[in-house]
Design a protein around this ligand. Structure first.
Ligand SMILES: Cc1ncc(COP(=O)(O)O)c(C=O)c1O
Length: 304
């Protein structure tokens, strides 16, 4: 990771290497936090954050689900994000928002723990590795099931539950795959360790619903809108493992990963990235870089 100049921490910009927490931070022990991953892209008018308001809104929704009071408003978090991107002088970057129970009390009862909020930004390239956007990835169905909504709610993008993703991703890496797709406790396709998934069959797209344990992805929502505008039918519906094996095309998507083709699932070849995936990758690249005026409302310039 390439350090940037500043991290926004509890209301102030602090030098990157001074943004530290105590080892007895509650969130470190119990995974009590919520997070967001957002990207800023170079546009003809300067660096712009993509769907910033949607990311801030999801952070606040995640906090609401886990019952965590956030000591900043939507507007304050929005302004802090833009201030950070400008202060760090990025042309493009990834932003990581985190709110967590901090240092001051220990034990499962969080009521006496203060809530800390930080925003970091840094320049981050291809999340799943160089070349994956063009060449695609090899996917496996994980032996780990997605978190059950009645155990820990996947609708909250919360820190502790990411252990589920870490296990799945580690299993996939050890078995020689690039990424894992997880099934829900009842066997529906859910999502990947850090991305939503789309299947294409006979020219129609399908993606699993939140009820299958998938995060309501902002990139997933972006792809749905782009596909609709391209005249491609999109369904958000229950899908099962065999749907992966009969798809004409599969791609996964997320803020960090962007739109990545899948070449094979469980060693069943899908092949070269297909025409629907390619079209959506191009539409996505145009939308995030401000070169398609239809999607300008999704961009917030860092310096305004
Ligand atoms: C588990 C999981 N699913 C899906 C996504 C994709 O969500 P988004 O497109 O909002 O980044 C992410 C990334 O944040 C994720 O971690």
């Amino acid at each position: 990771m390439e350090p940037a100049k500043f991290i926004w921490m509890d209301g102030a910009l602090v030098p990157w290497h001074e943004a530290r927490v105590h080892v007895l931070t509650h969130g470190l022990h119990y995974g009590t936090g919520v997070l967001e991953g957002t990207r800023a892209y170079p546009t003809p008018d300067g660096p712009a954050v993509f769907r910033l308001d949607d990311h801030v809104a999801r952070l606040l929704r995640s906090a609401r689900i886990i019952g965590m009071p956030i000591p900043y408003s939507h507007g304050e978090l929005r302004a802090a994000s833009l201030e950070l991107v400008a202060a760090n002088g990025h042309r493009s970057c990834y932003l990581r928002h985190i709110a967590y129970y901090g240092y001051g009390a220990m034990g499962i009862d969080v009521r006496s723990s203060p809530v800390g909020v930080s925003i970091a930004s840094w320049e981050w390239g291809a999340y799943l590795g160089e070349g994956t956007t063009d060449d695609g990835i090899r996917l496996m169905v994980s032996s780990w099931r997605r978190n059950d909504p009645n155990v820990v709610p996947p609708a909250a993008k919360a820190t502790g539950p990411y252990l589920n993703s870490v296990l799945a991703r580690a299993e996939a890496a050890a078995a020689g795959y690039d990424e894992a797709v997880l099934l829900s406790p009842t066997g529906q396709i859910s999502e990947c360790s850090g991305e939503n998934i789309f299947l294409v069959r006979d020219g129609e797209l399908a993606t699993p619903p939140a009820s299958a344990g998938a995060l309501e992805g902002i990139t997933q929502d972006t792809v749905r809108r782009l596909a609709t505008d391209l005249g491609l039918p999109v369904h958000t519906r229950a899908l099962v493992r065999s749907d992966l094996y009969t798809a004409d095309e599969i791609f996964i998507c997320g803020t960090a990963a962007e739109v990545i083709p899948v070449r094979s699932v469980d060693n069943r070849e899908i092949g070269e990235p297909g025409p629907v995936t390619r079209k959506l990758q191009a539409a996505f690249a145009a939308a995030v870089r401000g070169s398609d005026p239809r999607y300008r409302a999704w961009l917030t310039l860092a310096s305004q």
